[in-house]
Structures are given as C-alpha cells and as structure tokens.
Design a protein around this ligand. Structure first.
Ligand code: MG
Length: 180
C-alpha cells in the first residue's frame, strides 16, 4: 500500500491539537478540512469547543485556512465567522486547492499541516505535496453518499494497517516516525 495513504499523526479530534507539539515540528500553518473535521456536515455553526480551539490556535500565531471540497455557502460563512481564508470546491486530493490555501496562509510545504477526517482526500492530497498530515476521527453526522459508500470502506483497509484510528500512542498516535 502506498505511503501516501498514511498520515503522520492520528488524533481523535482536532481539539487535541497541541500548540507546542506543532511548533516543535516546525508547523506554522494549519489547513483544515471543514466537513466532519471542524464541524458536522449537517451543522451550520461551529460548536463552542471548536470555535474556542480555532481561536486559540489563531491567538497562538498559527496561520489558518479552510480547504473544502464542498461548494456551499456554509464554507464561506463558517470561515467568515472565524475571519480565516478559505478555498471551496477544492477538488482534493488534487493539489491546487492546498497550494491556494498555502498562498493564503503564507506558509511553505514543510511548515504546513493538513488536518482532515478522510484519507483519500485530506491525507492523500497533503502527502502528495509533502505536507504534514493529521487524520482525525470524523465527527458524527450525515455524510456525502460517495464518502459513505466508497471512501469509508476503503479507509477501513488502510486503518487496519495502521492499527486503527483509535490506536493512539503517548503523543496521540505518531504513525510514521521519520517521514520528515
Ligand atoms: Mg471531511
């Protein structure tokens, strides 16, 4: 199985992102997936915890952008409430959306992390560009039918190789030590 499917780090939730750990790895820019990563796909507002966490990261000096394959007005309105730039209809895993996001954050490949809930869009796309990739457990909620019927069963195969999304080590599950 290709190394491009394996994230650098697995977390239960983006709420577990640790500022010091990110800085230690040289990460200055965070490119977040939207649906089922920072907000449920069927929700129009960030949870208070998610809102607080994103504001904490921004206050910590991280440059943040949202990159979503979704094209709905939700993307712009959620990004707008945080005051962060976004790329919608990003066509992940293809790289154009991530590259646009990095122009918006002003961070280079080696200092940018992708945070998302899907291997075949977020992790694969980030890895193909040489970004640091962080896989999170999807938030509960309705999913796009293609995600549910095709991507999730394939992800299970990859996750089985990883030992599962819940198999977190002391640092929150470092899977590919030495990738960088
Ligand atoms: Mg997602």
């Amino acid at each position: 199985m290709g190394k491009y499917f394996f994230p650098d780090l697995v977390l239960s939730s983006f709420l577990d992102l640790d500022r010091a750990m990110l800085l230690q790895r040289g990460i200055r820019g965070l490119v977040f997936d939207l649906d089922n990563t920072i907000v449920r796909r069927d929700a129009s507002f960030l949870s208070p915890a998610a809102d607080l966490k994103l504001r904490d990261l921004l206050a910590g000096g991280f440059r943040v952008a949202i990159v979503s394959n979704n094209g709905s007005v939700r993307v712009s309105s959620l990004a707008g409430t945080l005051g962060v730039p976004y790329v919608s209809r990003a066509v992940k895993p293809f790289g154009a959306g991530f590259k646009r996001a990095m122009r918006l954050t002003g961070t280079g490949r080696r200092e940018t992390a992708v945070v998302g809930d899907q291997i075949f869009t977020d992790v694969l796309g980030g890895n193909l560009l040489g970004l640091y990739t962080i896989l999170v457990r999807p938030l509960p909620g309705r999913e796009f039918i293609g995600t549910r019927l095709i991507s999730r069963p394939l992800e299970k195969l990859v996750l089985a190789r990883l030992g599962g999304r819940d198999n977190e080590g002391p640092e929150g599950g470092v899977l590919r030590a030495g990738k960088r």
